[in-house]
Design a protein around this ligand. Structure first.
Ligand SMILES: C[S@@+](CC[C@H](N)C(=O)[O-])C[C@H]1O[C@@H](n2cnc3c(N)ncnc32)[C@H](O)[C@@H]1O
Length: 223
């Protein structure tokens, strides 16, 4: 059975994974500590192995234009910024001045603040105001789950052919598989169904962290 190939990740295996992956740098480690001091909301930060994956993916895509929907204290943005092309820019969308103040400090410390544009507004307003032609190379969706489908619909037509869309929390702690009616998990499941039915992309749902969907945007001649 194919499922037998799935490793059940124990704490020991998780430590081994981290020990053999790109490690967070000093600014990222300090940001994790500062974010932890916020209490429960710190759980929104992407974990280290996902951060390493984001850096790797951005380093492969080398985006000239990247977009992040849901920035919080800026950890995932730091990871993506590491992979930007020379002269590349990352647009970050969030509604919280308070949380993103920590992000701005960390980006300054990391020397990437001049490559990141932060917009404080509901993300859909920011996305809808972007040029409508395909110009985004990489997009990462990690904000309110009820908004995922509208973020997707705003982003896909703006993605360059072969661009990469990344969506976080697509397993939602496993609840997306059998979501309770009206729950956030139901919104996540609806998003997953939406992506699956979208002929414009090739998606892969990875059981990494809380579930990550990677989707390559097809070129016109592939549709
Ligand atoms: C899961 S956190 C993002 C975590 C971040 N990617 C990281 O790694 O640290 C979700 C963020 O989405 C933001 N958010 C929630 N609703 C939003 C909206 N409608 N528009 C923009 N940002 C929103 C929240 O303020 C929060 O900072």
């Amino acid at each position: 059975m194919a499922f037998a190939k799935q490793v059940q990740v124990t704490e020991e295996i998780y430590d081994y994974v981290l020990d053999h992956s790109l490690a967070p740098d000093a600014v990222q480690r300090a940001l994790v500590d500062k974010t932890r001091a916020l209490g429960r909301s710190a759980g929104m930060q992407v974990p280290a192995e996902q951060g390493a994956l984001l850096t790797l993916l951005a380093g492969v895509v080398r985006p000239k234009v990247a977009v992040e929907v849901g920035t919080f204290t800026g950890y995932s943005a730091l990871c993506i910024a590491k992979g930007l092309a020379d002269g590349g820019r990352l647009l970050c969308c969030d509604v919280s001045e308070e949380w993103t103040a920590l992000a701005l400090d960390a980006w300054r410390e990391a020397g990437v603040a001049d490559r990141i544009d932060l917009r404080i507004a509901p993300a859909l307003e920011t996305l809808d105001a972007l040029p409508s032609h395909p110009h985004i190379d990489l997009a990462f969706i990690d904000a309110d789950k009820a908004g995922y489908i509208s973020y997707w619909e705003a982003l896909v037509p703006r993605m360059r052919p072969h661009g990469l869309l990344i969506a976080d929390n697509v397993l939602y702690g496993g609840e997306a598989v059998d979501p309770a009616p009206g729950s956030t998990a139901e919104a996540v499941h609806a998003f997953n169904e939406h992506v699956k039915a979208d002929p414009r992309v090739e998606p892969v749902l990875l059981p990494v962290a809380d579930g990550i969907t990677l989707a390559r945007v097809k070129a016109l001649n592939e549709l």
